[in-house]
Design a protein around this ligand. Sequence first.
Ligand code: S3P
Length: 429
Amino acid sequence: MQQIFQCVSNGLKGTLQVPGDKSISHRSIMFGAISTGVTEIENFLLGEDCLCTISCFQKLGVQIEQNGTKVKVLGTGTKNFTYPAEVLDVGNSGTTIRLMLGILAGTTISAELIGDASIEKRPMKRVVEPLRLMGAQITGREDGNFTPLQVKGAMLKGIHYSSQIASAQVKSAILLAGLHAEGETSVTEPYISRDHTERMLSYFGGYIERKGTTVTVKGRQKLFARKIFVPSDISSAAFWMVAGLIVPNSHIVLSNVGLNPTRDGIIEVLKNMQADIQISDLQNKDFEPFGTVEVSFSLLQATEIGGALIPRLIDEIPILALLATQANGKTVIKDAKELKVKETNRIDTVVKELKKFGAHIEATEDGMCIIGPTPLHGAHVQSHGDHRIGMMLIVASMIAKGETVIDGIEAISVSYPDFLTDYEKLKSQ
Ligand code: S3P
């Protein structure tokens, strides 16, 4: 689908609560399904990715009731999963497929997992390999590196795994398999990736230990249903943080934004860039911290982003690249090779599409360099089917002089179906 955008003339103003966190929403269904009792979820993300997770678990016989953003999962543990009559289709969702492989590996059922054209290209060996070391029986295209994948439940044993990449999907798949394995399972990563799985596991009554970058779970644990409030997704809020900073005359307040320290790298970067950003009302309800984030239009300085910061803001790099086009000086993003295996190759798609607006941006081996500030002009661009590229391009259109035509706008439904409604709200206040 194609849509035409004009730049914003009077600034963006107002208060928003962006939708629930995608990573936490997926996990709330998964933990609800593998524990016993009724898990009640509030502020669940109704994006396509999380709806795919619901439908996959329903196909495994788990009862899930959805009423708007309130969801109930009637958990009976993995022992009661039933053979799915159909293949499990994860759509565009890497988190669904990778974490489900970990959950299914230690059950007594078999299933086939497929996804869309983007999932077909994304590497699965990173989870299949450690799971096989645990005894998992997984087959698939190119020795199990690509979908379609078949998993046949097996008896698992715990392992100590040292991952080459800081990936929460890899870590979580192994830990979830470890819950159904004999003995202890631990994962060490080069830097700490998002820790939602660890937090939720202990919130559901499980035992988990962290030492430095190593996390350990005990096998054959019982988990118990809980009530969950899903904070708003900092990765979705990021689009409005950047819009508020680069569209002149803007002032945006974002409430209940998840501020988990393994996810808040963007706040650190924005402060380094001298952005006018304030955090208030910090709360630590249940198991995930959240608070209010307020931004106003700012004159920004370039920065360097790399190392341990990368996993803390990996999904925000497309929108940070746009921000950097408006900052004074040369921004360097490095150590971010993982971008190449996201929903699209996000080094290539970001550089290609931002260049069309006139940005000074070049790809590097492991990231990109951006020189600013550069006034942008309207362009004909495309999302490449990637939700975060689609939203980044809409934010670019807000400051691009003239008309911007965006192809593939429907991709945004993966994580933020009401993005354009929220845009209208901020334009009209
Ligand atoms: C996610 C982990 C990250 C992130 C993705 C969601 C998760 O991927 O990019 O959008 O929910 O665990 P990696 O674990 O591959 O870095």
